[in-house]
Design a protein around this ligand. Structure first.
Ligand SMILES: [Cu+2]
Length: 152
């Protein structure tokens, strides 16, 4: 557990350098979430976005368990660029408003912008309902690049 926390901390420091542009873009005052009761825990989890081969792309780990209020950092490790898109009918009831506010910049609701290798995009689960959240990478959907986050 202690090692995991240290790794997450190191990843956060990397993300602070590489992901600044995305963070700035998502703080647009017009997209402030309507949910005001959302609280954050300060805990972070890192999910890597990896190209194993020309035909094999994955989120690593595929399944991650977090608590409401945690932050998930999606780190693009290899494979040029990836995005993260949450699936409308595969998230808990009531989660869409939270994710629509927290996940922006992509070609559809609840999707991030393309994130180049070496950069990260973070998603806050503040105010997120418990349950399982399924997501995928839009350009690598044909290669089955998908994953899930369970909010406890
Ligand atoms: Cu991808």
């Amino acid at each position: 557990m202690r090692v995991t926390a240290m790794l997450a901390g190191a990843a956060l420091m990397v993300a602070a350098c590489g992901g600044k542009k995305d963070a700035a873009a998502s703080t647009d005052a017009t997209t402030t979430p309507a949910t005001t009761a959302a609280t954050t825990t300060g805990a972070t989890h890192t999910i890597e976005m990896v190209m194993e081969s020309a035909t094999s792309y994955k989120f690593s780990p595929v399944n991650t368990t977090i608590k409401a209020g945690d932050v998930v950092i999606f780190k693009s490790v290899s494979g040029l660029a990836h995005d993260v898109a949450f699936i409308d009918d595969s998230i808990p009831a009531g989660a869409k408003a939270v994710l629509t506010a927290a996940v922006t910049g992509g070609p559809q609701d609840m999707a991030t912008a393309m994130t180049p290798e070496g950069q990260s995009v973070s998603v806050s689960f503040a105010g997120a309902p418990v349950g399982v959240y399924h997501f995928y990478c839009i350009p690598h959907a044909p290669m089955n690049m998908r994953g899930s986050i369970t909010v406890q």
